[in-house]
Write a protein that binds this ligand. Structure first.
Ligand code: HEM
Length: 475
């Protein structure tokens, strides 16, 4: 094809010849690391597939993702797209804007204060399970329980009905086929398997019409159907509730049914399913990773933990679940969370965009139209110029460091018109959970010298994290 235009740029191994290099790295769950190593050796502009340039430079963030840049999402997003597009995989600008406008106000900082009761009640259920583990001196897999937490929170926010994972202590939830057969299936594995195969197949997007059919019998595609059936079940139930008038009018789903004047929006079932699907995905998996990573880093760094506890003990009273208001202005708590998002970004993979007609200069180099470009999130978040000793977990850098310089390279939620719509909710969840857990509980990794694994499918999912827990002395 026209891949020759990228010949001037260096590439690792055979990446310039075939996307099989990326696909292979992704199948090993370590795509982000392979790209990171490549940038270390080859510099800022690296060709990671025949028509894909990865650019690790703060300027490239604005050039590619910034407001006004007008780079559209790449065909990679077709890999996971169903019959109807949702907010995250809509590639046409006008279509995306219409979807985003529908929900933007729901996720604004002002409105999310309304979510406090749901979030607090779910934190209480999380703490009850931690307490149970402490009392019975059994270990607890915090990675799983933090994921149950985000699933319960988001199903409550979206459907007005918690999927109840925390109370059951598992993620077995109801799914439903289009002909009404209800069955039970694990939420997390269904989502992870589906995301992984879609990520891989999207990396050779021109072949999607073929590979989507070829792999339709693959177990991971079946998992995708299970995940869709979970969404279908909850959507149908929620619609039934709407018809009998006993539904909540404050959940996010209600905002997809009517506008603020109560007039129907007329979305069809396929569109309701698509938006529910992306929210139960993006709204649960990333925040679960962020929470797990932060708990891991805090209990790995006793000095940081002690300092955070000092701040929390001074600023909050002895209620078990601190209010968001009492936490939102605490600089060190926020720094601990920010530094975790930097060091172990839940979304590490460069997000692919297409260079618009006419070509563009990106971070000082002219790139021809039609080229796929991305900024490697993991790599830029470890930029040694922006972040001194970038491999260190050092929350203090967010207090004493060069904030302006760091802000130019810090983008765990992406940036510009396609940046994360859920970041305020996510910070809300993270601050309250981290504060409540750290205040009350001492943890110890069951395995000596434990290192938390990163398993990158699309998101960077943390591996299992099994811990002993005791009530904190004096708490
Ligand atoms: C720590 C937690 C989170 C991280 C690190 C994160 C990260 C991201 C990133 C990097 C993007 C850009 C994706 C792309 O360009 O393809 C994104 C988009 C998105 N996120 Fe999040 N996210 C988080 C939490 C959430 C939550 C709680 C929600 C719940 C609603 C959410 C919903 C979305 C949606 C709908 C988009 C697509 C936005 C658009 O294209 O307009 N995310 N997120």
């Amino acid at each position: 094809t026209d891949g020759n235009k990228l010949r001037q740029f260096p590439s690792p191994s055979f990446a310039g010849l075939s996307s099989l290099w990326r696909i292979y790295k992704n199948l090993q769950y370590k795509h982000y690391l392979a790209i990171h190593e490549a940038h270390k050796i080859l510099g800022t502009h690296v060709r990671i597939a025949p028509n894909h340039l990865s650019i690790s430079d703060p300027q490239a963030l604005q050039d590619i993702y910034g407001h006004g840049a007008n780079f559209l999402k790449d065909a990679w997003y077709d890999g996971g797209a169903g019959e109807y597009r949702h907010m995250a995989d809509a590639r046409v600008k006008a279509e995306h804007q219409a979807k985003r406008k529908l929900l933007a106000h729901v996720f604004a900082p002002k409105t999310i204060a309304n979510l406090e009761p749901v979030i607090s009640a779910t934190v209480a259920r999380l703490l009850a399970q931690i307490e149970k583990a402490a009392d019975s001196t059994s270990s607890i897999n915090m990675r799983r329980y933090l994921n149950y937490f985000t699933i319960d929170v988001f199903s409550s926010i979206l459907y007005g009905n918690s999927l109840g994972c925390l109370q059951r202590g598992n993620d077995m939830v109801d799914a439903e086929t289009k002909d009404g057969k209800v069955y039970t299936i694990p939420f997390i594995k269904s989502l992870h398997d589906a995301v992984h195969i879609n990520t891989v197949l999207g990396m050779e997007a021109p072949l999607l019409p073929l590979t989507k059919r070829l792999f339709s019998f693959h177990s991971h595609k079946k998992a995708g159907a299970d995940y869709d059936n979970i969404i279908y079940h909850n959507t149908v139930r929620r619609l039934q509730a709407a018809n009998t008038d006993c539904a909540s009018t404050s959940d996010v789903f209600s905002k997809l049914l009517t506008n603020n004047k109560g007039e129907p929006l007329g979305l069809c079932l396929g569109e309701l399913l698509a938006e529910g699907s992306v929210m139960m995905n993006a709204g649960t998996d990333t925040t679960a990773a962020a929470l797990t990573n932060t708990i891991y880093l805090l209990y790995k760094h006793p000095y940081v933990l002690t300092k955070l506890r000092q701040e929390l003990d001074e600023a909050t009273d002895n209620t078990t679940i601190p209010s968001y208001d009492s936490l939102s202005h605490l600089p060190y708590l926020r720094a601990c969370v920010e530094e975790s998002l930097r060091l172990r970004p839940p979304s590490s993979m460069g997000l692919p965009r297409v260079v618009p007609p006419g070509g563009r200069t990106i971070a000082g180099k002219f790139i021809e139209e039609g080229t796929t470009v991305s900024v490697p999130t993991y790599t830029l978040l470890r930029d040694p110029v922006a972040f001194e000793n970038p491999d260190e977990y050092n929350p203090d850098r967010w207090i004493n460091g060069d904030k302006e310089m760091m802000a130019r390279a810090h983008f765990p939620f992406s940036t510009g018109p396609r940046a994360c719509i859920g970041r305020n909710i996510s910070y809300f969840e993270q601050l309250v959970v981290i504060a409540a857990v750290v205040k009350g509980w001492d943890f110890e990794f069951v395995e000596g010298g434990f290192e938390l694994e990163t398993i990158e499918r699309f998101n960077s999912n943390p591996g299992e994290m099994v811990m002993w827990v005791r009530r904190r002395e004096g708490a």
